[in-house]
Design a protein around this ligand. Sequence first.
Ligand code: SF4
Length: 923
Amino acid sequence: MMTADTGATSAERYRAQIAFDESKWVTHCVNCSPGSCPYRAYIKDGRVVREEVSGTLPPVEEGVPDMNPMGCQKGAAWSRTLDAPTRILHPMRRAGARGGGAWERISWEEALGEIAEAMLDTIAESGPEAIVQAGTASEGGLTAGFLFEKLINRIGGTTTDTNGDIGDFSVGTYLTFGQAAAASSMDDWFHSDLLLIWHRNPAYTAIPHYHYIAEARYRGAEVMTIAPDYNPSSMHADVYAGVRPGTDAALALSMARVIIDEGLMDEAFVRSQTDLPLLVRSDTGRFLRGSDVEDGGRADQFYVWPSGGDAPARASREVLEANEGAALNGAYTATLADGTRVEVRPAFALLRERLAAYSPEEASSACGVHADTIRLLARKAASKRTAVLLGFNSAKYYHGDLMERAMCLVLALTGNWGKKGTGIGVAVTGMFDGAFLFAMKPAPGRELIRGILGMRGQVIKGMQANDPGLTDAAASIQMQQGGAGNGHGAVPAFLWYHHTPLGERWERREWSDPSMARPLGEYVDEAVERGWWRGLARPGPEQRPRVLFEIGSNWARRMRGGRGAYGRILDGLRLLVCMDWRMSSSALQADILLPAAAPYEKPGFAQPSPQTLLLTFSDACVAPAGEARPEWEAFAELARAIEERAKARGLVEYTDGRGVARRLDDLGSYFTAGGAFETTERVLEEMVLDTAEAGTLPAGTSMETFREQGHVRFIDWGITPFAQVQAADLRGDETHAPLRHHVERGLPYPTLTRRAQFYIDHPWFIEAGEALPVHKENPPMGGDYPLVLTSGHSRWSIHSMNHADRAMLGTHRGEPVVVIGVEDAAARGIADGARVRVRNDVASFVAQAKVSGAVRPGQAISYNGWEPYQYDGWRHSAEVEPGMVKWLHFAGGEGHLRYWTTQWQPAPIDRAFRVEVEAAPEA
Ligand code: SF4
């Protein structure tokens, strides 16, 4: 058909619309967890005009649907971000009050020179620890903040642990398994017979993989959602259990009781996989240990009571035994090394006592789920291949650890991990070994990687010779833990405690668990004095941050407590440097802005995870906009600028706070390995070749491989602890279910007891009444207000990215909303679409009300990720977050209660605190 205006047929117009000059592989290296979706970008006249999901992922396991199409609506509109009004195109210096919006353009040379001078001033006046890099969530990709750490490490600066800021990784899963990194591949969901969607909303947050839930249902699986609100994932479920916010532990513990009471427990699994047969002393509440019963005995030797025996028997440290004859109930008398006789009981007996308080009826009155539904959930979990689809939500609750431990208990009692279609867990990363080792390389080539891998192998063998039963994963973790306090990494809880008002809030006992019997400061001091956080509590109380680097992590958006919390740090800064490709809320407050090349303008890889097992490539399709540069190349220039100015000042040698001698006169060549790694392309090439050498990518994999096929599936786990704790063979023809080596081969877990651990006998846990999982009420954080504010990731953004994207804004109300239930809205005279003020004792913010029948009375929801500048006066939802930490998470020094990257540490909470919502004056 011809059209009147152009004379072209509609087919011709359509062809013109989709015409392109070339196409390349891309993805969005933005940590959308798991992301990694392979896309084709189409380029015409030097512009990326559109992108499409590739649909080229091959099937993995026969009978299991492939991962196609992997993509989401943000990815499908990503090219629009390249020329969005929010792009940062030039280096700029703040030209007025912070955040006032006045900037002056400066050259790269000026910008980097000014930054270098501020860093040198800080080193001279305050020490290098006062130069702080806000740990990045990799929104700029693997070559952004992650590689800047090489420079921070060299000068003796500080990088805050990302998870210490955001609290993503499950504390309760960590306490149970000694790691919070093992997770199934997304296609393994297909094997489940029961999917318990718990603290997750995959219809919003797992758009590329949601199809596995639907496909599992077609196969016959049942889907049940457990959430306070009837969220968009609930409408596709067979059962919805509406739980009162923060009471999931009561629900799960009641399920555990039903499973035991009704004889549904998988006893063999409990005996072999868990610590529940281990003996606990009644006098101290601590495990019976080798050091109790033998002179010179090991403190990490534990005992069971053999059936019909008259003395405790050692539990193997080398293999998970069947423990068929070990008592699970009863009380016994053990003789200690000094002849004292003490009562000992299996942890399982203590668990049964604890569960006595959780009949379905009693639990129902606590959690709001009907007793019959609790029984139904328990019986289904016990009879089916069950997986808990856990998200990053529970860890952000004050007692999220207790909820997760109780969920793990349900899975333990029903034998539901270490098999396809089962388990619980959220993934971290791993496998891309070349990326993790890159910062250690002083020169290109494979020799070094062979040397590192060989040396590492020898060290692990030595550790295992001294400690039989120590797995490779456990040895890797111990190596990380041993070195953690010597590097640039820091646990940010100490930074917030010493340098922000959060420290004062954390002292409020009425906002904390009642078990916090002493001022928080006493716990912090004790933890530091005992050396539990040695080298990690940096910068110290007397060392204010002076230069802050914020590299694509939008620190000012995600910091719990918002400006009310981080403002004090900003006020004390000499310089806030932001490098980003878009004007985020953090960038708006910068002193110096550095324009970064965006995805599609630089080569990069998405952060891999066991959930997809893919390394997905994103090519440089067009030149960076304006004066933007890839981060790596800008940092190389910065390293040279520091070196040059240090030489000019005569400040080339100094000693950091730990007494380590530092040099700056070779910083430029150190950073690029003598000029070998000047470009991002060269860095990535080295990472790929090293990873292939390490054997986690197929031999022969190169950048050309990625340019041809866009992605490569990993073939092995490699050397990072995050990957090794998967404890399963990585096969090319199977979905991935973690922890199989523990269940199938009896390989010990990386915990204190070398078993999945439900009894934590650290003295502080005993003091808190949390040696075993228990339900505790959520503290009334924020004050005495009637509503509980919860959150979650929205459908429209990856963190704060895309929230200001015009395409996304056009798909919803176009501004931040607070979702409130029909009854609560009516009681307050709030109509749908009205402006409301959300307030508590901390602060307030204004947003649009979205009145919904899907939200329970007493709850309000503020979805995460809106940019502060999208709210009135830039006062966003984080402002009302009390940002409390759980005092107990400062515990350490025993077993697996030790920090390693992203794992065991306190993190401020941003869920389920108290607020009031009321009508606000119209703007
Ligand atoms: Fe996939 Fe993330 Fe891109 Fe969406 S934004 S298409 S989830 S990589």
